[in-house]
Write a protein that binds this ligand. Structure first.
Ligand code: URA
Length: 305
């Protein structure tokens, strides 16, 4: 895997390219950030970085080691921090020319499908699972990583948990084709002898893969993101607080409202009506945020009689 410095540089270039495609011609950059960017790429032990870079490297080390941040409320992810330093944000950027957007999305997909950054996943994967849906979707769902079914078919959320997600989307009055669905990791985390069952992505895999998701979000510019489960929240926001505590409370990813909720696989394991209702209440909040109509019948789902 490439070094943290290379990943940060990669993410910065990708972010600037996305802004350029959107017609942004100027970005506000702090003088210390410019100074940090002028440092030569570190070989071996990294040289003492400028202040902002130091923060990001600390965050990356925390992310890679899986050690929660010392900051009580959690921290933005390494890449979210990098983007923030560049002053322009998704929400404030100019809208895309549709042709340029489709082309940029296609180019991103081609790059992701050819990705070889994690050799152990390259050798175990059958498919890179890039994402599916409408690239102009107002609503984006983000999961953890492909499972065996998704690896087989090259599409996210097509197994049992995926079928439940599809039902949730349809109960909201939407279809899979109207939203966009992606994961933190684009490759299935390998398991010993490719055994059935899933493994949580490592912090290193997540930090390596997340620039693809970040670019997808930059291009799609959804109005709302739903983070499905703790790993999705951790990847997007850098928060390692349990999903039970986080769910139901609006967060923000680069100024896009983000609703953390349960992963559908959790609801397959825990069939309690109260937990179904909890997830459903989160989706009601999402529908309201999107300005979608909510019927009385929808409002009452998963309540007792
Ligand atoms: N679980 C996920 O998080 N993502 C998928 O695509 C499938 C199952």
């Amino acid at each position: 895997m490439s070094s943290g410095y290379d990943q940060l540089l990669d993410a910065t270039i990708q972010h600037l390219e996305a802004l350029k495609l959107r017609g942004v011609r100027h970005v506000a950059v702090a003088p210390e950030t410019l100074l940090a960017l002028r440092q030569p790429a570190p070989r071996g032990a990294p040289p003492a970085p400028a202040p902002e870079v130091r923060v990001e490297q600390r965050e990356e080390a925390r992310f890679k080691s899986g050690v929660p941040s010392s900051k009580a409320k959690g921290v933005p992810s390494l890449l979210a921090t990098a983007a923030k330093n560049f002053g322009a944000t998704t929400a404030s950027a100019a809208p895309f020319d549709p042709g340029a957007k489709a082309a940029a999305f296609g180019a991103l997909r081609t790059r992701a499908l050819a990705c070889v950054k994690c050799p152990h996943l390259v050798s175990s994967r059958k498919n890179v699972v890039f994402g599916v849906g409408n690239i102009d979707a107002p609503l984006m769902f983000v999961g953890e990583a492909p499972g065996a079914d998704e690896d087989e078919l090259g599409e996210p959320f097509v197994g049992k948990a995926g079928q439940l997600l599809t039902k949730i989307i349809e109960t909201m009055g939407l279809s899979r084709a109207e939203v966009y669905i992606a994961n933190i990791l684009k490759c299935r985390p390998d398991t010993p002898d490719q055994a059935a069952g899933n493994r949580k992505p490592t912090p290193e895999e997540m930090v390596t893969c997340i620039p693809y998701l970040q670019e997808q979000i930059d291009l799609i510019q959804p109005k709302v993101i739903v983070a499905l489960g703790g790993t999705a929240v951790e990847g997007l926001l850098g928060k390692t607080i349990g999903i039970t505590k986080l769910r139901g409370n609006w967060k923000s990813y680069r100024e896009i409202p983000l609703m953390p909720t349960y992963h559908p696989a959790y609801l397959l394991r825990n069939q309690a009506l109260s937990e179904k209702r909890n997830l459903w209440e989160d989706m009601l909040q999402v529908m309201e945020k999107l300005g979608r109509p909510v019927s009385e019948k929808q409002r009452r789902f998963f309540t007792r009689a």
